[in-house]
Write a protein that binds this ligand. Structure first.
Ligand SMILES: [Zn+2]
Length: 237
């Protein structure tokens, strides 16, 4: 059962999943970071399934087919313009649970983390071009870092954590077992990467190889950090 992407949401409810929340998302994360199943199976949103109203988890306008919906239960009645009024802000334990479940699902469904395959609801419009009626989950910092309110900046921070989590998850075995290489690395893994990148094959990961890796990552919508880890290996080979 192929699934194409994971879309992250906040429920705009309290810290406890409601029946309505459970209709709309496949997984819900309560205020203590515990995971709850929604009413619909992930398979109900698989490509090729009938999308009759009520027969699947409707979480993202015009983009439910092939999409797994994960929701953090939070942000009840939150006014976009007034963060001071947010009575149910997202908690760090909820973010950690979101990252862990996303990493697990990446392994289970063979989803490689890119901006187009793992994204927040607020990123759907800027990244995939599908209008979402002003949805803003998440254009605010969930990690205490940026206050830019740019959903892609927030998404990149979260995706970096997912990629790190996938590295250590058992699911990483689905990817070729090659060691992570970076500038300064030497040896046959570097030669393999250079061959795939089409640069001079000398087995030494220098600035030119790094530049080629960053360009490759940018082209494939991977985090352009110049490090060849499991995700970049999977895309390269
Ligand atoms: Zn949403």
């Amino acid at each position: 059962m192929p699934m194409n992407r994971i879309v992250w949401h906040h429920s705009a409810g309290t810290y406890t999943p409601s029946d309505l929340d459970r209709q709309h998302y496949h997984r819900l994360i309560d205020g203590d970071g515990r995971l709850h199943d929604g009413l619909h199976a992930i398979a109900d949103n698989a490509p090729g399934r009938s999308m009759a109203p009520g027969s699947y988890a409707a979480h993202t306008r015009e983009l439910n087919t092939g999409s797994i919906g994960l929701a953090i239960c939070a942000m009840a009645g939150a006014d976009w313009g007034d963060p001071a009024s947010w009575t149910h802000p997202v908690r760090p334990a909820q973010v950690s649970a979101l990252i862990a479940e996303t990493a697990r699902l990446c392994g289970r469904y063979g989803i490689v983390a890119t901006r187009r395959t793992i994204l927040s609801h607020a990123e759907v419009e800027p990244t995939l071009g599908v209008w979402q009626r002003g949805k803003w989950d998440f254009d605010y910092s969930l990690t205490g870092g940026s206050t830019a309110r740019d959903p892609v900046v927030v998404g990149d921070e979260l995706r970096a954590r997912v990629i790190e989590a996938v590295d250590y998850a058992p699911a990483a075995q689905d990817y070729p077992t090659r060691e992570t290489i970076r500038q300064g690395s030497v040896g046959h893994f570097v030669r393999d990467a250079q061959a795939a990148l089409g640069v001079t094959i000398d087995g030494m990961f220098g600035p030119k190889t790094r530049r080629a890796v960053v360009e490759f990552q940018a082209r494939h919508e991977l985090l352009p950090d110049g490090v060849v880890g499991p995700m970049t290996w999977a895309a390269l080979l």
